[in-house]
Write a protein that binds this ligand. Sequence first.
Ligand SMILES: Cc1cc2nc3c(=O)[nH]c(=O)nc-3n(C[C@H](O)[C@H](O)[C@H](O)COP(=O)(O)OP(=O)(O)OC[C@H]3O[C@@H](n4cnc5c(N)ncnc54)[C@H](O)[C@@H]3O)c2cc1C
Length: 304
Amino acid sequence: MSNLENRLLAALPELRGKLKSGASLADLTWFRVGGPAEILYSPADEADLAYFLKKTPADVPVTVVGLGSNLLVRDGGIAGVVIRLGRGFGDIKIEDGSRLRVGAAVPDVKVARAAADAGIAGLSFYRGIPGGVGGALRMNGGAHGRETKEVVIEARAVDRKGEIHVLPVAELHYDYRHCAAPEDLIFTEALFQGEPGEPAKILAEMEDIAAYREQAQPIKSRTGGSTFKNPPGNKAWQLIDAAGCRGLMVGNAKVSDMHCNFLINEGNATGADLEQLGETVRARVKETSGVELEWEIKRLGVPD
Ligand SMILES: Cc1cc2nc3c(=O)[nH]c(=O)nc-3n(C[C@H](O)[C@H](O)[C@H](O)COP(=O)(O)OP(=O)(O)OC[C@H]3O[C@@H](n4cnc5c(N)ncnc54)[C@H](O)[C@@H]3O)c2cc1C
């Protein structure tokens, strides 16, 4: 047991969730790279999470991860506590007025399915996003012409001091793939608003989305989705292609041949390979087009 785990156990006698020292983060991310979490904490429920945050000494760094579909973890891992929400945050409730109240650990695809089954239209775009609700809230996840900010009414969250907040969408301060709500907030639940729809029609829409993804994106690869945000008035993939980066490799990391804004771990790439490849792409795009690409993928932790 690590020193930090001992320290936390002493400070948190009523903790119900699980702590694990040195847990692999590569196992929890789509890229399958990166070092361990000093401690991985799986809260039992929101009350347990709030207790943890309240009682954990302020000098202990806390990082939250979702389903790891937008994360590049560096090879030295993440110091302090990494929080990953699980079963205690997995409820889906249908409410009056075409609304869904959903726990932050629920995968987006399940939101789309539950909405379709309940005859709620407007959420089918989540069929194509492989993250969870917490990640969708933080990233303003979007696809096929819609984004989270258009369908979320409010979010529940716990801050670093263990206080619970209910934030209406205006307080989430959304922008393209960005949420300017305080960084210490850990989202626990979202309330989504849809509109009445025909289940069969919504399911057909979802099938179209799945079919489109299958032929346009390397969704079965070890990837983090779109690496860079689309700069205003431009498509990142076009700039990357024009800079001659399609298929470019660093170690075992490759710019996808299928969709060149996706980076792929071809087998045994390291976090450093992927990050260096991304930085090389940024430098070449800057050289050829003058545009500075901004990372959409979140890079966490320290180099080896
Ligand atoms: C094949 C593929 C296709 C993709 N297509 C799309 C797409 O079409 N549109 C799109 O928007 N994205 C897409 N993505 C990126 C990714 O799926 C989204 O960004 C998604 O919303 C991330 O959710 P996650 O649960 O995986 O979060 P993670 O990747 O684990 O984390 C992402 C960020 O969210 C934060 N976070 C996670 N959970 C919480 C929480 N409970 N509270 C507070 N912060 C939290 C993390 O700290 C991190 O900053 C794609 C990714 C892949 C691999």
